[in-house]
Structures are given as structure tokens and as C-alpha cells.
Design a protein around this ligand. Structure first.
Ligand SMILES: [Zn+2]
Length: 316
């Protein structure tokens, strides 16, 4: 099993990047995952355009040092898209627009500006030096799992009911849907259509990304039953399609302990082959790191989030 770490550089400077890669290697990691896009608010020009890191160069440098590589592709979350005049936010079942009160700026998977951005991302990635993995994050309908609890009693997914979703659904079922009560009547079809939307996007993305690389899809830490309902993600269909799945077992963000991590992993192991899994972990000290390495056996790989905190860990 290979062990990876996510590394989010604030900028790209060759020497600084290489120094960190050397430290990552020295810390015992087999590979490194880094983002394709410069973090928002830190871009060189401060413009509204999406700015990319020199991804090919970064992949080549890491490979040159004997590290495996993964490029993190952020899908349906972007405060830059939110700042564009023509952008429209996701809409809740009650008709309210999403109101971001924190860092999460979700984009509906049916939003035309979001889809345009994804096309651009794919075109760009088709031209780079291919990494071992592409890691798809926020590849789902909106759900702020870091802050929100899932209401398992609610039989209606919280998002999204924007005009683009309703129009898409209407065209798929061949019937004009003009009220939420109609959506409730057709809830099984609505849920199925949502999962197909995500699945079709994944198949399109895979066609571009999976020539030399494997595709990993990150999943919020929900049970396998709750994921399709909440996010439109169908993890078992993803693995059937040849992709790997990466449950985000981030117990620190979720204010839980390692028992919570073990519990979710046990649930996954019942249905998903361990060699199709690439779980993601957080650690607060070196002792936890050792424990997680024990838990992580037999997976396709495991990945830690992230280098900047790992580099400053105490021994606990
Ligand atoms: Zn929508």
C-alpha cells in the first residue's frame, strides 16, 4: 500500500517546491497530491480568472525525485465563480438561494458556468504531463459536510432545485415540471436523475483523464446509503467504472475521534473492495499517524491531509 500526502502550495517557486518534496520523501511518503489551481485570494494577478499552477513541471519534478503524483481537481465549489455577475447559486427545496456563511461556495452540477469551468479544467488537464492519479474533489451536488449534519429523517435532498436542475429533469422525463410538489410526487425519478447527472459527468471526465492516470473521487464521510441521496454520488458505480473512491475520514474537521473513522471504514469494507478504496485521513499527532497506518492496510492507497499541518505535528 502506498502512502500519500496532500500538499497545497500557496504559490509556485521551484526551489521551495523541491525543498518540500524532499521533506515529504524523507517523512516516508510514497507520493504527493497537489492542486491544479492556485488557491483563491492568493493568485498572482488577483483577477477573477481561474489561474493554474505549472502542473506539468510540478509532476515532472516530483517524478524526478521518485515520488508518485496526484493532481487535485476541484469541481463544484468556487468562490471565483460566485463573484461572476452571471453566476446563479444553488437553490434549496424551499426556493431559497444558497447563502454561504463560510468558505464553502457550492456550484450546482447543472449550472452552465460551472460546466464551462469543468470543460476548461479538463481541456487543460488533457495537455499536461500525466500524473499517476487525478483526484476529483467536490464532485457532487452541494452538501457542506464539514459544518452540517445530515437529517436522515428528511426524505428530500437539501440541494439543488435551481432552474437549470428543474429544466434538465423536465427534459429527461419529457414532462414540464413547474412545482416542487410535482418533484415530490416524482422523488424516485428525481433521485435517479441526480445520480445519473453525476455519473455522466464522471464518464466524460474519465474519458479525458484516465488515459495514463487513475481517477479517484472523494466522498463526504457519509454511509454508502446516504451518499446517493445527499450528493448524487454512487460509489459502487464509480468503482465499477474503474475509478477509486476516497471517503474523507477527516475526524478533526468533523470533531470526532478515531473510533468514528474505524466505524465508517468498517461500513465501507462490507460493500467496497479495499483495493478500490483510497481513504483520506487527518492527523493531530504522530501517534495518530501510526495508528492510521495500521488501519490503512490493503487499500489501493491512503492519503493524508495535509503537508502544512503534518510538517508541524507534535509527537502526542
Ligand atoms: Zn441546480
Amino acid at each position: 500500500m502506498s502512502i500519500f500526502i496532500k500538499y497545497y502550495p500557496k504559490f509556485y517557486k521551484r526551489k521551495n517546491f523541491i525543498d518540500n518534496l524532499l521533506k515529504i520523501k524523507e517523512a516516508g511518503f510514497d507520493g504527493v497530491f497537489f492542486p491544479s489551481v492556485i488557491p483563491e485570494g492568493l493568485s498572482a494577478t488577483g483577477s477573477n480568472r481561474i489561474e493554474f499552477f505549472p502542473v506539468s513541471r510540478m509532476v515532472e519534478l516530483a517524478k524526478g525525485l521518485g515520488l508518485k503524483t496526484g493532481v487535485i481537481l476541484r469541481w463544484f465549489h468556487s468562490s471565483k465563480l460566485w463573484s461572476v455577475d452571471t453566476f446563479s447559486p444553488p437553490v434549496s427545496f424551499s426556493g431559497a438561494s444558497y447563502n454561504p456563511d463560510s468558505w464553502y461556495h457550492p456550484v450546482c452540477p447543472n449550472n452552465p458556468s460551472g460546466l464551462e469551468y469543468c470543460d476548461k479544467l479538463l481541456r487543460k488537464m488533457s495537455k499536461i504531463t500525466q500524473p499517476d492519479y487525478f483526484y476529483l474533489v467536490f464532485f457532487r451536488f452541494p452538501f457542506f459536510w464539514e459544518k452540517e449534519e445530515l437529517d436522515v429523517q428528511n426524505r428530500i435532498p437539501p440541494f439543488c432545485y435551481c432552474p437549470f436542475c428543474v429544466a434538465e429533469f423536465s427534459s429527461v422525463v419529457g414532462e414540464i415540471i413547474n412545482s416542487t410538489s410535482k418533484i415530490i410526487e416524482m422523488m424516485p425519478e428525481w433521485l435517479e436523475w441526480r445520480t445519473l447527472t453525476i455519473m455522466n459527468l464522471l464518464i466524460d471526465a474519465k474519458e479525458v483523464l484516465a488515459r495514463k492516470s487513475r481517477v479517484i473521487v472523494s466522498l463526504p464521510p457519509l454511509s454508502l446509503i446516504d451518499l446517493p441521496f445527499t450528493t448524487g454520488q454512487l460509489p459502487l458505480a464509480f468503482t465499477d467504472e474503474g475509478c477509486l473512491v476516497s471517503p474523507l475520514l477527516h475526524h478533526i474537521s468533523r470533531r470526532k475521534n478515531l473510533l468514528w473513522v474505524e466505524d465508517i471504514l468498517d461500513q465501507y469494507r462490507i460493500d467496497v473492495k479495499t483495493n478500490k478504496m483510497f481513504p483520506s485521513f487527518e492527523v493531530s499527532n504522530k501517534k495518530e499517524f501510526e495508528k492510521i497506518l495500521e488501519l490503512g492496510n490493503h487499500f489501493a492507497g491512503i492519503i493524508f491531509s495535509h503537508w502544512e499541518t503534518f510538517n508541524n505535528l507534535g509527537t502526542g
